[in-house]
Design a protein around this ligand. Structure first.
Ligand code: ATP
Ligand code: LTN
Length: 337
């Protein structure tokens, strides 16, 4: 990007993350690290998707703690509130407002085809609520409110993004040009970090098995222990190749945190065993996450600073969102407010 490109000319990025647990190394390598890296080249808006997390039953006191903690983690990872918009979804009322209008422009059949809805309703058969079903309309609102050009998401969210594009195009055709039609942005590195307990499954913060994931805030000894226990295979050679899911995963984590190529890692570990690799990965992850955890601990002690950041974030976000919302209400025929 040319250096003289102004803030106004940069493309707009929006992404969100649900505060449903402590963020994992998977969230960090697959999403947060890229969010931080994109701040200089794009106009970024990052959101704690607290409203989305209500689609699954949450305990209120715990949720509040997780939301605040998630905000501090994003700051600790390097999201800079001077460069990027950082806010809580629930503090910008336009999200709920636009979600309603968009849900009236989303078809039952479209929502029924969403694989996340099918998966989550199977998993939470006792609570298949309307929010779980209309979740993609709220996600579309998050994105379209900010006229985002690009949306960094993982594979699992691509279908929701396709639907967002369909909704935006439909609305634009029906009411005249209103929304930027966004594109998915799939970051190059760290696409999928796998579970340490079952390397054929994605590492996920809601996994019931605590040994399956490392969180950004785990203490060094916990990180080392979890890596020592990581499931591998019965082979002995450290090589990145098909069928060696456990070793491939360890190598991809090691590469993500050290910047070393697979070739280099294979050379460095020639003649060494799996135990050596596990320890080296554990130690590299500990060192990589140390400054994040230390900064997080400081931030959590300064509630006044956190509050000033999220208040300001919500205010700035609302002023952008309100511009879109006025346009939308006018287009659909409401009397202006
Ligand atoms: P949950 O367990 O609550 O479903 P999750 O840990 O799978 O959550 P999400 O909140 O769905 O994470 O995802 C947040 C972001 O982190 C998304 O951009 C997603 O692509 C990314 N992400 C999540 N897990 C991984 C992973 N294992 N590897 C790489 N990226 C990941
Ligand atoms: N559904 C996403 C979180 C999310 C999001 C968004 C991502 C909510 N709104 C808008 C990108 C853009 C998830 O569960 N990972």
């Amino acid at each position: 990007m040319p250096e003289n490109q102004t803030k106004e000319q940069k493309k707009i990025i929006l992404s969100g993350i649900q505060p449903t647990g402590v963020f994992t190394l998977g969230n960090y390598i697959g999403a947060l690290k890229n969010w931080v890296a994109m701040q200089d080249d794009y106009n970024c808006a990052y959101m704690i998707a607290d409203m989305h997390s209500l689609t699954v039953r949450q305990e209120p006191a715990k949720l509040r703690q997780q939301i605040l903690s998630a905000f501090a983690v994003l700051l600790a990872c390097g999201i800079d509130p001077k460069k990027s918009l950082l806010f809580f979804q629930s503090q910008v009322h336009q999200h709920a407002e636009l979600a309603w209008v968009l849900s009236c422009n989303t078809q039952f059949g479209e929502l029924s085809r969403m694989t996340q809805f099918k998966d989550k309703s199977a998993k939470h058969a006792d609570n298949i609520n309307a929010g779980l079903f209309t979740y993609p309309s709220l996600m579309a609102a998050d994105i379209l409110l900010y006229q985002a050009d690009l949306v960094p998401v993982g594979e699992d969210q691509k279908q929701h993004l396709e639907l967002t594009r369909d909704i935006a195009n439909r609305f634009n055709n029906l009411y005249g040009n209103t929304f930027t039609v966004p594109e998915a942005y799939i970051p190059k590195v760290g696409a999928r970090i796998m579970s340490l307990a079952d390397p054929t499954k994605k590492m996920s913060k809601s996994d019931e098995n605590q040994n399956a994931f490392v969180t950004i805030l785990d203490q060094p000894e916990v990180i080392i222990r979890k890596f020592k226990r990581a499931v591998t295979d019965s082979d002995m050679v450290i090589r990145y190749q098909e069928g060696k899911d456990g070793i491939n995963n360890l190598m991809s984590i090691y590469s993500a945190v050290t910047g070393l190529s697979y070739d280099q890692i294979e050379r460095d570990f020639e003649g060494k065993g799996y135990g050596d690799l596990k320890l080296a990965v554990g130690e590299a992850v500990v060192e990589h996450l140390r400054p994040v955890r230390e900064s997080y601990e400081k931030l959590m002690k300064d509630k006044a600073y956190l509050e000033s950041c999220y208040r300001e974030g919500a205010e700035k976000a609302a002023s952008i969102a309100e511009r879109t919302m006025r346009k939308v209400y006018k287009k659909v025929g409401f009397v202006g407010r």
